[in-house]
Design a protein around this ligand. Structure first.
Ligand code: GRF
Length: 217
């Protein structure tokens, strides 16, 4: 069976990209990463991608007059590599609505909160400030609004009384690395469709196990 060709835009350390690459290293996994693309020439994740033997590209946003021109260059490079699905992994640039529509339902993101709570940056600080007892992460299809779109998978983690933003971020990141490959598998297998801006599972996938940090059970 042909594997779904995935492109992974990053801007930084690339730990989620590495989690996806590890899953894809198994030839039985239904997706493969054909390109890791960074807008930051010095992103540490580029080296990690090369260590996996994955092709990399740098498209520095500073070299473009505006967002539309940058986004067009990103699309052209991804399509040149044959990308069928994009998995954003710590990519710190907002895309234009035109880009998002071009890749509609072929564009995933991972966000470090239980959406729709805490869209945007500094999610762990804000979760602590709000006093939530459960925090977590979300894999979702991207829509033009920031951190909006149909939810594929979430994982919850407990917030402990002595948590700092760093300790909470570490606990959430461990779950990001579990659910992003799991969500990619479902999407690549065609087990996911979007109906009325909600993800549905036509083949009856059950929401067990992966959505909860095992330490909660
Ligand atoms: C992760 O927390 C992810 O949820 C967010 O950006 C961070 C990227 O980390 N979108 P990494 O580069 O994958 O290590």
């Amino acid at each position: 069976m042909a594997r779904l060709k995935v492109g992974v835009p990053i801007s930084g350390r690339g730990s989620n990209m590495a989690a996806l690459a590890e899953a894809c290293a198994d030839s039985a996994f239904p997706a493969e990463i054909v390109l890791v693309l960074s807008n930051e020439p010095g992103a540490a994740g580029l080296d990690r991608a090369r260590d996996f033997g994955i092709e990399t590209a740098v498209i520095d946003h500073r070299g473009f007059a505006g967002r539309a021109a940058f986004d067009a260059a990103v699309t052209a490079r991804l399509e040149q590599a044959g990308v069928e699905l994009i998995c954003l992994a710590g990519f710190m640039r907002l895309f234009t609505a035109g880009f998002v529509e071009h890749w509609r339902n072929r564009l995933l993101n991972i966000h470090p909160s239980l959406l729709p709570a805490f869209r945007g940056l500094n999610t762990h600080e804000r979760a602590l400030a709000a006093g939530v007892r459960l925090h977590g992460c979300t894999v979702h299809f991207v829509r033009p609004e920031l951190d909006d779109g149909p939810i594929v998978m979430q994982a919850a983690v407990p917030v402990q009384p002595d948590d700092t933003a760093e300790s909470l971020a570490d606990r959430v990141l461990a779950q990001e690395h579990r659910i992003y490959p799991a969500a990619l598998r479902l999407v690549a297998e065609g087990a996911v469709t979007v109906e009325g801006e909600r993800v549905v599972y036509p083949n009856g996938w059950k929401n067990e196990g992966r959505s909860i940090d095992p330490s909660l059970r």
